[in-house]
Design a protein around this ligand. Sequence first.
Ligand code: FAD
Length: 412
Amino acid sequence: MHYDLIVIGGGAAGITAAISAARRKHRVLLLEKLSHIGTKLKATGGGRCNLTNTLDNETFMARFGREGRFMRDVLRTFDHRALTDFLAQIGVATHAPDGYRVFPVTHNALSVVRALEAEMQRLGVAVHCAERVESLEASGDAVHAVHTTAARYEAAHVIIATGGLGYPKLGAEGEGYVLADSLGHRVNEPFPAMMPLHTKEHWVRHCRADTIAKAEVRIDLKRAKKTVAVGDLIFTRSGIRGPVVLDFSREITPLLQRYGSVPLRINVVQGKSETQLHEQMKQQLQTNPHQSTLELLQPLLPQSLSRELCQLAEIDPALSWSRQKGCQRDALVRLMVKMPLTVVGHDGFAMAMITRGGITLKEIEPKTMQSRRIRNLYFCGEVVDLDGPCGGYNLQWSFASGWVAGMLGVRE
Ligand SMILES: Cc1cc2nc3c(=O)[nH]c(=O)nc-3n(C[C@H](O)[C@H](O)[C@H](O)COP(=O)(O)OP(=O)(O)OC[C@H]3O[C@@H](n4cnc5c(N)ncnc54)[C@H](O)[C@@H]3O)c2cc1C
């Protein structure tokens, strides 16, 4: 029952940590509370598994915000090329169909989990599923045993790779925070991130499933004016979702907690300005002066959204553009460029693909992922206070930090 290393959590980070350590000839036990390892990994990218992306390390880190610099050393050791090389070694061929996002060529996350599982088996990693870690036993500045629902195991090193709090049905329920806290580690408040948002405006339900390509979403608060994201936006029964919303929601949740609601301004016409729109309308009218306003808007917006915006601008969509009052035309054009929506809520962690917050970076050594408080303890993956946008960022971080944590402080 004595191991060189016990890894707590069998997600992308924990599995990679176990493989990294086992390849260095350590005797490793991986403990996973669910009946299978890699449960969240299997669900990533809609089952297609967006493993990483092709950005250089500097650009990659910048997308995590100010804290992104923490990743510098980890990425130096294990960047996207190292990840795809490692995956190739274990039989997972990858490609980037759009030149940016990297997937397994199978486009099947299960093939990745199977290959990782086979590699652990080859290396002799002991994997105990359906065994939840309940507490850690420590004395002084070292942890020396792990208590699970089934047994007590001793270990020379322990890695916490228990994920965050998002999509709890896929395993991660914040237990890593409790374990770290029990050893004196500080945990920054976790917020749900990357999830659909609810809006105050109920009209959105009439546009349900309409997709707005390259919508430009801006937070309409003085202190967050610079927060802007561009991408596809989809209306839902109760608000908005889609890639741009997923990325944006990680900025929204702390503001929502502070202010109760968060005003947004959305450009739904691919970043066009009011002047450009007026000009475009004018040109279209020259070819067909009798077009109704609704017909005129057709090249710009889905019909249901055009109707809603006309209503907001108090415009009759059946009337031609030239018969609308000037102030109403201006109002409609302004709405297309700065459509106001107010975020009032979300489904919380249940639908959050990522957690913002977690074990504070200040107490982790960035070169090794080693605890600064407990000398034989390491962290990796989503449990630490780092979160990136959509596009393979979070898996790359999980794999890379797992790999480095599994090196157990030895720099090569
Ligand atoms: C639906 C969905 C789709 C996503 N798609 C992508 C994508 O395409 N690309 C991307 O980059 N990111 C994606 N993400 C984010 C990415 O999946 C996560 O950031 C990443 O998987 C985190 O890996 P992890 O190993 O840190 O945590 P997890 O994968 O959450 O693994 C933690 C593991 O620890 C186990 N555990 C927890 N507590 C205990 C305990 N006490 N004892 C034993 N075991 C325990 C859990 O059961 C779990 O298996 C997606 C997330 C979701 C929810």
